[in-house]
Design a binder for this molecule. Structure first.
Ligand code: PLP
Length: 237
């Protein structure tokens, strides 16, 4: 685990270089890919390090874990929910997160919209797609994504900014690459047929961010490469 700021800062420099190199290799400007520091399982120090480095956002898997940390760190940080969300926690999530990336059902959409409406705010969301057809992953299936987007676009208090996916765990890098290509292709098709932009493609983590960037990622979600190994009881995604 990363314990000092200088160690974190070296890790972050390395990840920023990795992003820049991956962009360079496919002729994309590095400014197109944002880094989301994933602070799950770590104490508030992890979010504080990210803020001090100049990152503007962090990602958390569990609503309650984030709610506990938020008051303890720099108020300028934006919090994004990237873990599975149960609809009974939708209100709490809409209260504390700038964006929810893990929306994968019409029921959850309705709950988030209602909560955001009651708070008089607009809530940014991404639709989580199981673009690698992995039975172990949450997310709507590729074929069901258009129906979910259609439902999302009806809701007045939600802003659908794009799509999110997690590649299946595999030793074969071609599987992650294909997963990311699937997500981008789905985005292109839906943007076209629904006439909406869907600019954000949240894809790529510590182990597969190059492949994600090559396939058009606009945000990589990185935990381990910044903060070191998580404890073994880390939540599954
Ligand atoms: C934990 C997590 C990450 C970060 O994974 P690392 O391999 O530690 O970089 C990214 N996205 C989601 C959804 C996660 O749950």
């Amino acid at each position: 685990m990363t314990t000092t700021y200088s160690e974190f800062s070296r890790n972050a420099d390395r990840v920023m270089d990795q992003i820049a190199t991956a962009c360079d290799q496919v002729g994309r400007p590095a400014s197109e890919v944002k880094l989301l520091a994933v602070t799950k399982t770590h104490g508030p120090w992890a979010a504080e390090f990210a803020a001090r480095y100049g990152l503007d956002r962090v990602g958390e898997n569990r609503v309650q874990e984030a709610v506990d940390k938020i008051p303890q760190v720099d108020p300028k940080l934006n919090w994004e929910l990237i873990g599975h969300l149960q609809s009974n926690k939708a209100r709490l999530a809409a209260t504390h997160f700038e964006r929810v990336q893990s929306v994968d059902s019409a029921k959850l959409l309705r709950r988030l919209d209602q909560a955001a409406g009651e708070m008089g705010r607009s809530l940014a969301v991404l639709l989580q797609v199981n673009a690698g057809s992995d039975p172990a992953k949450y997310g709507v299936e590729l074929a069901e994504a258009p129906a979910l987007l259609e439902a999302a676009l009806q809701l007045p208090n939600l802003q659908v900014e794009g799509l999110m996916t997690i590649a299946p765990l595999s030793d074969d890098p071609a599987i992650a690459r294909q997963t990311f290509a699937n997500l981008r292709q789905l985005r292109d098709e839906m943007a076209d047929s629904f006439g909406v932009a869907l600019p954000e493609l949240s894809m790529g983590m510590s182990g597969d961010l190059e492949a994600a960037i090559a396939e058009g990622s606009t945000q990589v979600r990185v935990g381990t490469a910044l903060f070191g190994q998580r404890p073994p009881w880390q939540p599954q995604t």
